[in-house]
Ligand binder design. Structure first.
Ligand code: SLL
Length: 170
């Protein structure tokens, strides 16, 4: 196993969540306190091959073997391990919390798991009122889905030659 010294290569990702208020009908099928449905995900920010659509393909699976999402302990089985794309978790709930996202790379990478954090956002920023207040339901309804996503780059320094091949052949 040979490292390519002095070389850095990165892969761009987007991670975060989208949250929507549950409709009256949807609320019938979930615990009474639940107000929102949400999805938290890690996606590629690289265009799919031959396309200019970002994240269009499930194109993280060639170098990630698992993404582990640790939810708040109020959830049953709070650690959700996703072993193939799409790397995402859909749930319903009532509160915001910090999701711990652990990226596990394929064994030939020789890389340690990488931990990132995302504050699950359910509530739109209030346009008026207290800075940290939860807006009234009608306000949230009008504001529509809440999106909270960040761009980042996973940097591999001195990658193993065979891992570099995996990265560049995809
Ligand atoms: C808060 N620090 O107190 C936060 C915790 C936890 C939200 C929010 C789970 C629902 C379920 C859920 O929405 N937890 O019990 O299944 O505001």
């Amino acid at each position: 196993r040979v490292r390519v010294r002095g070389l850095s290569i990165f892969r761009p990702i987007i991670y975060g969540n989208t949250a929507t208020l549950l409709t009256g009908e949807e609320r019938e099928n979930v615990p009474a306190e639940h107000t929102h449905k949400w999805i938290v995900a890690v996606r590629s920010a690289a265009p799919a091959p031959g396309s200019d659509i970002v994240g269009g393909a499930d194109n993280l699976g060639y170098f990630l073997k698992r993404v582990s999402f640790k939810l708040h302990d109020t959830y049953p089985n709070p650690t959700r391990n996703i072993d193939k794309p799409p790397f995402e978790v859909s749930e319903t709930g009532w509160g915001e919390f910090e999701v711990t996202i652990k990226l596990h790379f394929i064994p030939e990478s020789g890389e340690k798991a990488l931990t990132i954090y995302h504050h699950l956002k359910l509530h739109p920023w209030s346009l008026s009122g207290e800075p940290d207040s939860i807006p009234p339901l009608e306000v949230a309804q009008k504001a529509g889905p809440v999106h909270s996503w960040q761009y980042d780059e996973i940097v591999f320094n001195d990658p193993y030659q065979n891992f570099l091949n995996v990265l560049t052949n995809n």
